[in-house]
Design a protein around this ligand. Structure first.
Ligand SMILES: C[S@@+](CC[C@H](N)C(=O)[O-])C[C@H]1O[C@@H](n2cnc3c(N)ncnc32)[C@H](O)[C@@H]1O
Length: 366
């Protein structure tokens, strides 16, 4: 076994508000959050029954995997405005509840930056909840609306087999399952299934009967091969850049063998199956989101933005594993590879094979 540590404990988006921060490099995610505004509104109009919230009870919202902002504040505001509108349209302006918002992320998240960005005119009480959403975070039946965007593709840990030299799933010389034997893909997919089951089990305890859960996933269309999606091809190029550095003696080859990205992009069908298996939620809607226009703009005008988006997400993991001294050179080499392969990687078909999926779930009443 190369590396027994769970690298995922070091996962966090780049903090602060500098040029390489998540706060300044998440416009792609923001575009999708903006697209979901109408869906969140409709979810609350159609699915939230005012009578179920006893008077004087705060409406409790949790954003799971909120990172450092600003997207979380936009998402939370969308939910609150939708609830307020629901009361107003029922002539119940004076009964609008107070709002309590739980901002959750891993303990390694830069909560200081998150709190420093809290909007000054907010109409809610905000609480930070550090910890993994793959386990219980809240009291039973305490949440009315759970939201999570772009977070559930992060695995809770790397599958053991991919780090085991004696396993057929050992992922030698690669950092992800793109370009790998099927065993590697299977190991990732099994870990994702376990993680989603833990996530849904925990939320089934925490979401109040009839409570809502709006999840925004980055997905690949049903049946997509890893080699047919631009995001995977970018990960592959990042792996090639690392292997080049290993071949030149700039990083240890063993270290490359034991480094893997804890990321899995499911298909809509897999998500649907997992919700069915859990059995505690009804799927109210599954809507693909069209941010392709945005993607095209990014890639055609400036694929460096794409590279930056990847960097702010994985830099912490790379630095933890290899040390900070390699990071600039690695990303320079990665950029050169992306530039050389851009016609191929950013083909329209490959862009279309990485999309977003809005999933609205309602907690069943048992
Ligand atoms: C790409 S960011 C998305 C942030 C924000 N939701 C948005 O849409 O801009 C993913 C976030 O999920 C968090 N995350 C990943 N796994 C997590 C876990 N098991 N528990 C809590 N947060 C997690 C990461 O730390 C990261 O901040």
């Amino acid at each position: 076994m190369e590396d027994e540590r769970n690298i995922v404990q070091f996962l966090s988006m780049n903090g602060g508000d500098g040029p390489l921060s998540y706060a300044n490099n998440s416009c792609y995610q923001k575009a999708a959050v903006d697209c979901t505004k109408a869906m969140v509104n409709e979810a609350i109009i159609n699915e939230f029954d005012i009578k179920q919230l006893p008077s004087a009870t705060p409406y409790r919202i949790a954003d799971l995997g909120c990172s450092v902002g600003p997207n979380t504040f936009i998402a939370v505001q969308n939910i609150i405005e939708a609830v307020e509108r629901k009361y107003q349209s029922n002539g119940l302006d004076s009964s609008i509840p107070e709002f309590l918002v739980f901002f959750n992320d891993r303990v390694s998240n830069d909560f200081n930056t998150l709190f420093s960005f809290l909007p000054s005119g907010r109409r809610y009480f905000g609480v930070g909840v550090p910890g993994s959403f793959h386990a219980r975070l809240f009291p039973k039946a305490s949440l009315h609306f759970v939201y999570s965007s772009y977070a559930l593709h992060w695995l809770s840990k790397l599958p053991k087999e991919i780090l085991d030299k004696n396993s057929p799933a050992w992922n030698k010389g690669r950092i992800h399952y793109v370009g790998a034997p099927n065993n590697v893909f299977e190991a990732y997919s099994t870990q994702f299934r376990k993680d989603m089951q833990s996530f849904l089990d925990a939320r089934a305890e925490e979401v109040a009967p009839d409570g809502l859960m709006a999840l925004l996933f980055a997905v690949v269309p049903n049946g997509t091969l890893p080699s047919e999606s631009f995001i995977y091809l970018l990960y592959e190029l990042l792996g090639f850049a690392l292997m080049d550095m290993a071949n030149m003696g700039l990083v240890s080859e063993d270290k490359v063998h034991s480094f893997n990205l804890p990321i899995y992009f499911a298909s809509p069908q897999e998500l649907e199956d997992l919700v069915e298996i859990n059995g505690c939620f009804t799927i109210k809607s599954m809507i693909p989101i069209m941010t392709n226009q945005m993607k095209n703009n990014i890639t055609i005008l400036d694929y460096n933005l794409c590279i930056l988006h990847i960097r702010v997400g994985v830099e912490h993991l790379i630095v933890e594993h290899f040390g900070s001294e390699i990071i600039d050179e690695l990303f320079n080499r990665f950029s050169e590879k992306v530039a050389a392969e851009s016609q191929f990687v950013f083909k329209q078909d490959y862009l279309d094979n990485f999309v977003e999926q809005f999933v609205l779930l309602r907690r069943k009443v048992t």
